[in-house]
Ligand binder design. Structure first.
Ligand code: FES
Ligand code: FES
Length: 211
């Protein structure tokens, strides 16, 4: 028969054994980790054209297009909002189509033509969409604005090219820059300041559909 004293010894034994096991498993792991050689990340060269300027950049293969623009080309007009493809702040135009640059690796853009907000217009020669945003107060803090403007330019181009959206009653018909259509197509661009109605007015003006 086991008595209370035996049980106490057994508990002490178990605790001591557990502590010894933890010491044996954690210390060598920490030492082993710090002893691992730190290899440089793999790099590759990518050639792309940004705002009409050709660049050949040697980049860590994991670099996103957004970080390439901001950190390597100092084009900080393109903003990092969520970095998860959910806000549209990082929208740029690639070969005529808008994309979220945070979701795209720079290496995927070999030979591509990229337009950022800096390439759409300049302070002396604003793009009509930039001028319309100013006229209609299409912003407040301005953080989402570069992405909104790039998206808005690409949206009107999509409509001109007849790219359908699922709010069209007839997807075979030419899409029109209606308020509903513009809202649907701009739904991936979030504005925390809530400048949506002003953004739509700016877009309608450029589209020629402003009442
Ligand atoms: Fe790219 Fe938000 S930063 S979608
Ligand atoms: Fe502030 Fe859109 S203007 S988030």
């Amino acid at each position: 028969m086991y008595g209370p004293a035996d049980l106490a010894i057994s508990r002490r034994g178990i605790m001591a054994g557990g502590a010894a096991t933890a010491a044996l498993t954690t210390v060598p792991l920490v030492e082993a980790d710090s002893a691992l050689p730190r290899a440089d990340p793999p790099k590759m060269t990518v050639a792309l054209t940004v705002n009409g300027k050709h660049h050949a950049l040697k980049l860590d293969t994991r670099t996103t297009l957004l970080d390439t623009l901001r950190e390597h080309l100092q084009l900080t007009g393109t903003k990092k909002g969520c970095d998860h493809g959910q806000c549209g702040a990082c929208t740029v135009i690639v070969n005529g189509q808008r994309i979220n640059s945070c979701l795209s690796l720079a290496l995927q853009h070999e030979g591509d033509e990229i337009t950022t907000i800096e390439g759409l217009g300049s302070p002396d020669h604003l793009h009509p969409m930039q001028a319309a945003f100013i006229e209609h107060d299409g912003y407040q803090c301005g953080y989402c604005t570069p992405g909104q403007i790039c998206s808005a330019v690409a949206v009107l181009d999509e409509i001109r090219r007849g790219v359908p959206s699922h709010v069209q009653a007839d997807v075979a018909a030419d899409p029109k820059a209606t308020n509903l259509e513009l809202r649907e197509r701009m739904s991936g661009n979030i504005c925390r300041c809530g400048a949506y109605s002003n953004i739509l007015e700016a877009m309608e003006q450029v589209a020629g559909s402003h009442a």
